[in-house]
Design a protein around this ligand. Structure first.
Ligand code: HAM
Length: 430
């Protein structure tokens, strides 16, 4: 009988790896608590319209990647509702914020979540159809200070702290502002105009977006369209004085806290709700993510609550791709494995122990890291111990002692060579 496997793009998380997941989540919870965040848990599915309105019809997420189904009605005449597995959690959090009238407290809400999200993307390393996000949102009525640049900088500083506490190495914060809703409208119009004469050269999706939502053209990964995309106007040319000031304040606060960032004028992010600050943290190549090097992303969404029929409640938030964070930590831990010793000296027989120790003394004095086996070890045991501990093994037997020619095994190269004693230090360093 054919066995049943996990669905493509989903995976089982097993021990011992789950211990790392728990460690990451516990660290995130501890850091979030220090910044005054409380946990929110929203349903895994919502009405489809929430994402269509919140994330945007023309985004890749909504137009291509959602798991949507018509829910069965209770009776024949009761038409079923369209429901969707959440592709992200910000829209759900803001829906809950509105539904529970959280704005009425007049306070700033600081909420975090940890949970699975679903997108029907092409699976590859670091990209799954069920993946996990650790995210947080800060929102409130304008008089709670929710649209202050201080909040943006606080969220970014918290992220830097969390990544550092987890030991993520080499992260890079890319920062931009997509301007206010008005700036974006002007920018959209300018993009539409700039795309008019060239759009016929672009892929079908981009031709459509050039009309319906030109900002989304900027997210396109279509290789043939990049030249046109690179030549398009930049959002910074359309910032109002207020948007520019807000962005300057975010940067000044980050500078004050010593959080490094790189300005990236084309970082618009693939969701429609963003206004003003947008950001992404990436990790360097070789951190286990392949081409999916965005560890997390986020930004401000000053109009989202109103787009969902709620009160004015500016906000900012982020979501970390937890799967990607785990892959990064695993790859970086492997790379940081204790460096192997330069040499393991294997005396051939107990009578060679003293000479082997003398050789180790010489090598250590020359600055090499060395371990000595024992003459009572069988050759196989020496090989095994040496392979675990050191890059190379030096065989020290009666012949070697008398001739001054040593046999050196290089484990990485899988080679065994004869080396005169005088050349040994240079050879072991190489
Ligand atoms: P996003 O950029 O769509 O933003 O996703 C955030 C992070 O989730 C990405 O940077 C990535 O690490 C991870 N991620 C996305 N798709 C996948 C996937 N298929 N497999 C594995 N990891 C994935 C949002 O979701 C916004 N809600 C973030 C936000 C919160 N903005 C404001 N508040």
């Amino acid at each position: 009988m054919a066995t049943i496997k996990a669905v493509r793009g989903t995976r089982d998380l097993l021990p011992p790896e789950t211990a790392l997941w728990n460690h990451v989540e516990a660290t995130a919870r501890a850091v979030f608590a220090r910044y005054g965040f409380g946990e929110i848990r929203t349903p895994v599915f919502e009405v489809t319209e929430l994402f269509a309105r919140g994330v945007g019809e023309e985004t890749d997420i909504v137009s291509k990647e959602m798991y949507t189904w018509e829910d069965r009605g209770r009776t024949e005449s009761d038409k079923g509702q369209s429901l969707t597995l959440r592709p992200e959690n910000t829209a759900g959090v803001v829906r809950a914020y509105i539904e529970h009238k959280m704005a009425e407290t007049g306070m700033l809400e600081k909420l975090f979540y940890i949970g699975p999200q679903f997108r029907r993307e092409r699976p590859q390393r670091g990209r799954y159809r069920q993946f996990w996000q650790i995210g947080a949102e800060v929102l409130g009525p304008p008089w709670s200070g929710s649209d202050s640049a201080l909040r943006d900088a606080e969220v970014l500083e918290m992220l830097a702290t969390l990544l550092n506490e987890l030991g993520v190495k080499g992260w890079r914060l890319a920062l931009n502002s997509v301007g206010s809703a008005e700036d974006r409208a002007k920018y959209s119009a300018a993009l539409r105009e700039a795309l008019q004469p060239v759009k016929h050269k672009m892929c079908e999706d981009n031709q459509r977006r050039a009309e319906t939502n030109p900002l989304r053209v900027l997210d396109s990964k279509e290789p043939g369209d990049q030249e046109i995309i690179n030549a398009l106007p930049k959002i910074s040319e359309f910032w109002s004085e207020d948007s520019r000031t807000h962005f300057d304040q975010v940067k000044a606060a980050l500078d004050a806290c010593g959080v490094a960032y790189v300005e990236e004028p084309r970082l618009v992010r693939g969701l429609d709700y963003y206004t003003r600050t947008t950001f992404e943290f990436t990790v360097p190549d070789g951190s286990g993510l392949g081409t999916q090097n965005a560890l997390l992303g986020g930004g401000r969404y000053d109009g989202l609550s109103e787009m969902l029929g709620g009160p004015k409640a500016p906000g900012i938030g982020f979501a970390i791709g937890e799967d990607r964070l785990i892959l990064t930590l695993q790859a970086q831990a492997a790379a940081a494995e204790p460096k192997k010793l330069d040499a393991f000296i294997a005396p051939m027989g107990v009578s060679q122990n003293a000479g082997a120790l003398k050789l180790a003394q010489d090598l250590r004095r020359a600055g090499l890291t060395v371990e000595v086996g024992d003459g009572s070890f069988r050759l196989k045991k020496s090989f095994e111990a040496a392979d675990k501990l050191a890059r190379k093994m030096v065989i020290f037997g009666e012949d070697e002692a008398s001739s001054g020619i040593l046999t050196v095994k290089d484990f990485a190269a899988g080679e065994q060579t004869k080396v005169p004693c005088a050349e040994l230090v240079a050879m072991l360093k190489g």
